[in-house]
Design a protein around this ligand. Sequence first.
Ligand SMILES: NC(=O)c1ccc[n+]([C@@H]2O[C@H](COP(=O)([O-])OP(=O)(O)OC[C@H]3O[C@@H](n4cnc5c(N)ncnc54)[C@H](OP(=O)(O)O)[C@@H]3O)[C@@H](O)[C@H]2O)c1
Length: 337
Amino acid sequence: MKVHDKANPSRYLADENRYDTMKYRRCGKSGILLPLISLGLWHNFGFIDSAEKAGKISRKAFDLGITHFDLANNYGPPFGSAEETFGMILKKDLGVYRNELFISTKAGYDMWDGPYGNFGSRKYLITSLDDSLKRMGLEYVDLFYHHRPDADTPLEETMLALDHIVKSGKALYVGISNYDAERTADATRILAELRTPFIVHQARYSMLDRWVEKSLLDILEKEGKGMIAFSPLAQGMLTDKYLDGIPANSRAGRGMTYLEAKQVMQNLERVRALNNMALERKQKLSQMALSWILKDKRVSSVLVGVSSEEQLIENINCIDRINFSDEELKRIEQILK
Ligand SMILES: NC(=O)c1ccc[n+]([C@@H]2O[C@H](COP(=O)([O-])OP(=O)(O)OC[C@H]3O[C@@H](n4cnc5c(N)ncnc54)[C@H](OP(=O)(O)O)[C@@H]3O)[C@@H](O)[C@H]2O)c1
């Protein structure tokens, strides 16, 4: 239920019932519980986007029990602007609930000019997090990730930088992202020796990209680490939005290099078959695609990006139906073959 501050009606007060419907899952064997659905700020939070809409989406997410907000130094565009937008949202609305929020950021991709604004050096990771904290107006983040593996920097250097970041109080936990299974095992060993609170791997996982099933999920389970799935809707392909063509205001329609119209068309037949199946299950395709990931308990949370509150609500509602019959699972395998 929404309560309003009568003396200051424009002040945001979080919904009193925000923890009633969201479900939470333990992140590996750590002490942290994550909402089944987390909010990613890669798109729709940059200076090119509406700050007002970004605020609405964030407040709605928190009102519905989403405690985990995922950022990176380079989210925008321009780089850094998603963190600045989120900093403003924290300052105005969500910041008073800081202890209820689990905020992550990352460094690893191209961020600033010159030799120290990219990849996995100690210099880059530590200075990048300092900048991220300033942009968000935070003293610490809950989780800091190395965003991608770096073959040219010794893994020990990158892991020692993560360890230093925790010891200096700027992050409570650390994670890695986009590491393959072998490098994940090596990173786990080093961080275990250092006793660094490494809790999670963030990896791309959807019905259309299943590389984590080969061995990564097994390794993470064995080591007691969580897995957060990103791009679970394959950037919108696993929704009903492209069934009848490419809307101009969609990710593919806006001509973003991350999702090309060609890719959408290549997957259309499978997506149509999945959509029919979702309707039989009395779900939207987006909901079935998220439920399908969450059926695996090794996945701690799925990170969705949304361009509206309506999309967010639709996606969250998947949590009521994350069970699949054997027959349904077989049919999905046939469609995806
Ligand atoms: N670690 C990494 O390297 C990495 C990489 C990528 C992403 N991530 C993280 O993962 C988060 C999610 O990634 P993503 O944005 O690619 O995820 P996604 O959930 O697969 O795609 C999000 C897009 O799908 C569309 N969408 C979402 N819900 C919809 C619905 N119910 N109906 C119709 N369309 C819907 C929207 O596109 P429209 O704009 O077309 O409406 C939305 O922007 C990111 O924000 C980021 O935090 C991490």
